[in-house]
Design a protein around this ligand. Sequence first.
Ligand code: ADP
Ligand code: MG
Length: 340
Amino acid sequence: MAIVEVRNLTKEFDGGKVRAVDGVDLATKEGEYLVLLGPSGCGKTTLLRSIAGLEQPTSGDILIDGNVVNDLPPRARKIAMVFQSYALYPHKTVLANIVFPLRAAKLPLEDRRRKANWAAELLGIRHLLERKPRQLSGGERQRVALARALVREPAVFLLDEPLSNLDAKLRASARDELKRFQQEVGTTTIYVTHDQVEAMGLGDRIAVLSQGKVRQIGRPVDVYDDPADTFVATFIGSPPMNLVARGDTLVGFRPEHLLPASYVKGDAQPVKLTVDRLEYLSGDRHVYGTVTGVGERTRVIARLPATVGDPIESGREYDFAVSRDRLRHFDAATGLRSVS
Ligand code: ADP
Ligand code: MG
């Protein structure tokens, strides 16, 4: 286990025309599962490759267990990176793929076999050791790539969108497996994804990135309930947080907190909701409409359990409300969370 720390890290490409990583500060805790979440192009891969030593930072420091490793080559950093593409050798068997890093490290044959078996056992792929990558499913390939990373017994795992090549159903089970696996091994892991569901499900903490900058680092519940700015508020959550302009302020509330008025107890912000569309999605009603009463007339989405409350019809106006302790306020100019 180890602690990875990134201090004021910047990485530019094309002589400064592209700033992929822009003054990033972050630190893992020991054994933590830290997720880097952000849209495509926000610098996640570049940040991960810099930590691995595959990119030379333009400025800033990378530390492992308190030691600056900027000048250490990748293999000296005790880090294993699993790439989006898995990067398996197509002509080698699964076993040969897994032991490859150990051969390169000149480990005796007996030790290589022992470690490969241990990793294959842990990932449930012992029965696949003699196959070639093309004879495997996407999920199995992903496990081989993980096993290959695991045999090196790294202090840190870096995983770059390892589930993005899997179909939706397999992704859910692979996510579950990854989490169990990490809990078993306890290795500090930095996991990159653009998928907020994956991030919320896997991360002990999530660092939300946009345009090369960290917008917020916190537990899933923190970034969801107390977003630091409107980017985080709308990137996380599906549907995203509603934002309504009121003077110089933006008032935010989550779709599930916009409810028929009779369901909101205590100090509530009453609103009028004119409904124009309804969608049924996995047990929820998504109610689309325009809201007045909280600020400027704005299009919003409410999310209600399908089985709760009275029927709601398109084209009608309803008394809705938001509990005041669910309202979040942002500065309209900067997008940053403001107090009150
Ligand atoms: P992400 O992984 O979040 O999708 P990347 O780290 O791959 O983002 O890319 C961040 C930005 O840096 C993008 O604008 C991308 O085009 C740019 N970039 C990444 N690698 C290079 C490179 N080798 N040369 C030039 N630009 C690059
Ligand atoms: Mg990427």
